[in-house]
Each structure stands twice: as C-alpha cells, then as structure tokens.
Design a protein around this ligand. Structure first.
Ligand SMILES: Nc1nc2c(ncn2[C@@H]2O[C@H](COP(=O)(O)OP(=O)(O)OP(=O)(O)O)[C@@H](O)[C@H]2O)c(=O)[nH]1
Ligand SMILES: [Mg+2]
Length: 187
C-alpha cells in the first residue's frame, strides 16, 4: 500500500489541528484551544484514492499536524524529511499571517524542492468571520499556489472535497514516480 506523508503547517492558532481532525474524522481535542506540542500524527486510510493508478490498493495518508509555535523550529528539519505534501493553514483576517506564510512556504516547499502542486494553501475562517469570495490578495510566489477557502461552519463538505482532491493529486504523483522507478529497474 502506498504511504503519503502530508504536513499541516502554518502560524499558531490558525486551525491546523481543527482541520486535520476534521479531514481524518478524528474527534480528538474537541473543546478549547490546545497548542500542538511539536507534532501529532493522524492517519487516514483512503481506499478510493489509490485507485486511478491501476494498483488499486488504496493509500495510507499520514497527516503530520505540526505545532506552529516558533519554539519548535528545531524540529522542522525532521518534520520536513520525505514529506510528499505540505498544507499551509492561515487566518486570512490576520495581516501578520499573510507575511508569515511566505516563510513557511520558503522553508517547507521551496527549500525542500517540492513542486508547487504539492502545496495547498488554506485560508481558514473561524466561526463568525466573513468569507470574502475573492479571498486575500497574496504576493508572489504564493499567488501561484492552489488556495482554498475553508469554513467548517458554512460549507464543511466543500472543504472535505477540496482536501480529497488535493490528496488525490498527491497520490497520483506518488503513483507516477513509482511507475517511473519500476520502469527504470526493468529497462
Ligand atoms: N468552532 C471552531 N473553532 C475553531 C475552528 N478553527 C479554529 N477554531 C478555534 O481556534 C483554536 C485554534 O485552532 P487549532 O487548530 O488548535 O490551531 P493550530 O493551528 O493547530 O495551532 P498550533 O497547534 O498552536 O500551531 C481551536 O482550539 C478552536 O477553538 C473552526 O472551524 N470551528
Ligand atoms: Mg495544533
């Protein structure tokens, strides 16, 4: 079975743990805000995702929910290692977050030589904040990335669907690179 490692990163209190719980259907931590101490790993088995690639065995997704506090920076290299995808969660109402996510992108995507298509930006709206249809104006290079609006109160199923689309694209990439590896062994 394929295994994909997908990081959830971004500023503290943006909603990474809430979203990771939601997509993995974990009920953990329902209640008040508990800052993630370094790392939590959630698993998600998705029989429907592995298909497409013809191997049909499904895929095990590991969601690495990383603590956003800069005090965990010393752990980052270990977190980044061999990641297949990076989800950057931020609060679009906070100007400081728009700046901070440039750093997360630079460290976790650019410096790791991941493709832009392996990265997903999530403008997460906490309950009570308005969702603007255009979303926040992001500066280059972030404006090239896939950006989704997330509001678990207003449209949870849309959020789930966007995440599944993204996971599927990561699984496809993994399948392609595995096929290439197999070809290089045969030929
Ligand atoms: N009800 C509700 N509360 C939310 C939502 N998103 C965020 N919150 C609140 O915001 C708090 C912070 O969200 P977390 O997901 O814990 O933030 P985080 O990004 O994981 O923060 P760190 O672990 O410190 O990096 C939560 O404990 C909730 O109280 C949401 O969609 N619905
Ligand atoms: Mg957290």
């Amino acid at each position: 079975m394929l295994r994909a490692k997908i990081l959830f990163v971004g500023p503290s209190e943006a909603g990474k743990s809430v979203l990771a719980n939601f997509v993995s259907e974990s009920a953990e931590g329902a209640g008040g805000y508990v800052p993630t101490q370094g790392l939590r790993i959630l698993e998600l088995e998705t029989p429907e995702l592995g298909a497409g690639g013809g191997k049909g065995a499904g895929c095990r997704l590991e969601l690495w929910d990383c603590g956003g506090d800069p005090k965990f920076e010393s752990c980052w290299p270990a977190l980044m290692k061999d990641a297949h995808g990076v989800v950057i969660v931020f609060n679009p109402d906070l100007r400081s977050h728009l700046k901070e996510i440039e750093t997360w992108y630079s460290c976790f995507v650019q410096q790791q030589q991941l493709l832009d298509s392996q990265c997903l930006l999530v403008a997460h709206h906490k309950p009570g904040s308005a969702v603007e249809s255009e979303g926040p104006a992001l500066a280059a290079p972030l404006n090239k990335l896939k950006l989704i609006q997330s509001s678990l109160e207003e449209d949870p199923e849309d959020v789930r669907m966007e995440f599944m689309k993204y996971f599927k694209s990561i699984v496809n990439l993994l399948n392609e690179s595995r096929d290439r590896e197999e070809m290089s062994i045969i030929t």
